[in-house]
Ligand binder design. Structure first.
Ligand code: AMP
Length: 551
């Protein structure tokens, strides 16, 4: 039988051949088998069949098997899914829901009161009621399933204008992405247990949804409440049997802060898959030390090209080189070009320019946003003449002699300070080349819309204690920071040994930075944090840091 939808076909197949194999589990839920997941998806899909047309369906739910079943039910009944996190503030929720005319909301949980208030006019279906009303496990006819160039999902991501942009990813995109992912080491063995940590409203979660559920594997879900309670999280991880870890590097950093995060806690872990932000040496090196039997792999890609398009394994050679880690080589089906952003022409080999992605996982468009679509997406062809889509990433990077892509920052994080042009990523990179710096984020301080100075937020590693003249005591509590005001020596923001030490660290970092950067690029303020705040996406929370910058 021809494949209609790679996710549905694979799950149906495993439900038939290994019905009792676990598909989903968490600390709160006992395992949902493939047979149960398929049965429930079919039942919910029958309930959804009454939704008129083929418009996208908003799916509201936590990290729960029922939420996954809702996503599958959408696909089976011919609707793209739009995953939404229950934790969304009402404003964000409205901003998304308003863009989908006549939206139906499929809820895998109680709709929070705050959201119920903004839902007037939308059709709300409760998945639990649909399950109770439709007891048949018969799938809907395959002709109804989402397939080919139809939209599989729309993931909303923040837009530069403040209104979230919906990225429409087709079933073909997912099938092509899956062909690559299913051949990754460990994943290709089939039946592996994947960490399922990113919420389904972030495309990182497609790594594990597609990776696990199309290879007979199991999702081990970690929900928001666990992430807020590391003791619970670690107890759960210890019982999880996770073999494939998918997360942002920041989440791994947060886990690494606890010395028990090691192969003793996770003895089956054999592959770390990172995506979404730069993977730093310190993170990769620590993981390799604490998980000697695991591969640490870096991948790169935007939601606009279905999760990720490059892959490489971090080697000893890469770790011995202080240069930032590469993000990998493109997958088969993707071609990368590095172009001059203004002229659009390719730059010389090895030179830095904007990263352009062409290939069979590039998304369809920004949902009902022709203007933004035209700015970023274009029709093109591959080297062999195959027609395909292209996407301008806005990322800066270069391809080295070994064909590895290196990502160096964003075109849009370029700032002008007193007429000088500064890439914030470059300042961060310079800070992170200082051995005791674990993570650095630089944000501009602005007044009346103009950048007036830079502020660096820095997390230093334990070897700070052995640094030339600074130690940062553990007494700098979470959320507090100490400030080195300027090179001529202002005092720490609060009295106390920890702050004095942090101030000394900040000052010495500044002195070291001044040795590698022109003076105008050295941040006026360096603030030492004991941990980097993360946003819901698991990345460093630049917005929260910007709010802390004094003007
Ligand atoms: P998102 O659409 O949320 O996945 O964000 C995509 C963006 O994250 C890319 O355009 C890059 O700017 C950044 N990104 C993704 N993966 C990496 C990586 N491995 N290293 C550095 N930046 C990355």
């Amino acid at each position: 039988m021809a494949t209609m939808n790679v996710l549905l076909d694979s799950i149906e197949n495993t439900a038939a051949t290994a019905p009792d194999a676990p598909a989903f589990r968490s600390a709160e839920e006992s395992a949902t088998t493939y047979s149960q997941m398929w049965h429930n998806a079919c039942a919910i899909a029958r309930g959804l069949a009454s939704v008129p047309g083929h418009g996208p369906v908003l799916v509201l739910g936590p990290k729960h098997a029922l939420t996954v079943e809702c996503l599958l039910a959408c696909l089976m009944s011919g609707h793209a899914y739009v995953p939404l996190d229950v934790e969304l503030p009402p404003k964000r929720f409205t901003d998304i829901a308003c863009q989908i005319s006549g939206a139906t909301l499929l809820a895998a949980c109680d709709v929070p009161d705050a959201l119920a208030g903004v839902l007037s006019g939308a059709d709300v279906l409760d998945a639990r009621e649909l399950l109770a009303a439709h007891t048949t496990a018969e799938p809907l006819p395959r002709e109804m399933w989402v397939t080919g160039e139809q939209t599989q999902y729309i993931i909303f991501t923040s837009g530069s204008t403040g209104r979230p942009k919906g990225i429409e990813v087709t079933e073909n995109d997912v099938a092509n992405f899956r062909r690559w992912l299913a051949d990754f080491p460990i994943v290709r063995e089939g039946g592996r247990v994947f960490l399922d940590q990113a919420h389904y409203s972030f495309d990182l979660s497609e790594f594990e949804l597609v990776g696990a559920l199309t290879t007979g594997g199991c999702l081990h879900a970690v929900d928001a409440s666990e992430l807020a309670d590391y003791r619970r999280l670690f107890a759960d991880l210890g019982n999880s049997g996770i073999e494939v870890w998918v997360s942002t590097p920041s989440f791994a950093d947060a886990c690494l802060a606890d010395p028990s995060f090691s192969a003793t806690l996770l003895p089956h872990l054999r592959l770390f898959l990172f995506c979404g932000e730069a993977l730093h040496h310190t993170t990769a090196a620590k993981l390799r030390e604490r998980f000697p039997g695991a591969i640490v792999a870096n991948t790169y890609g935007p939601t606009e090209s279905t999760v990720a398009v490059t892959y490489c394994e971090v080697t000893d050679e890469m770790l011995a080189d202080p240069a930032p880690l590469p993000v990998g080589r493109p997958r088969q089906g993707t071609e990368l070009a590095i172009v001059d952003h203004a002229a659009g022409a390719p730059v010389a080999p090895g030179q830095t320019g904007e990263v352009i992605i062409r290939g069979d996982t590039v998304a369809l468009d920004y949902y009902e946003n022709p203007e933004k679509t035209a700015e970023a997406f274009f029709e093109t062809s591959l080297a062999d003449g195959t027609k395909t889509r292209g996407y301008r990433t806005g990322d800066l990077g270069f391809i080295d002699e070994d064909g590895l892509l290196h990502v160096q920052g964003r075109l849009d994080s370029l700032v002008k300070l007193n007429g000088f042009r500064i890439e914030l990523g470059e300042v961060e990179g310079a800070l992170e080349e200082i051995p005791r710096v674990r993570h650095a984020v630089v944000v501009p301080a602005t007044r009346a819309g103009r950048v007036t100075s830079l502020c660096a937020f820095v997390v230093v590693g334990p070897d700070a204690a052995t640094g030339p003249d600074a130690t940062v005591g553990p007494a700098v509590a979470a959320g507090q920071d100490a400030t080195g005001q300027d090179a001529t020596g202002a005092s720490a923001t609060r009295p106390g040994t920890a702050n004095v030490d942090a101030f000394a660290t900040a000052r010495s970092l500044k002195a070291e930075l001044a040795m590698s950067l022109p003076a105008y690029m050295v941040p006026r303020q360096i603030r030492i944090l004991d941990e980097m705040p993360l946003n819901a996406n698991g990345k460093a929370d630049r917005k929260a840091l910007a709010a802390r910058v004094s003007r």
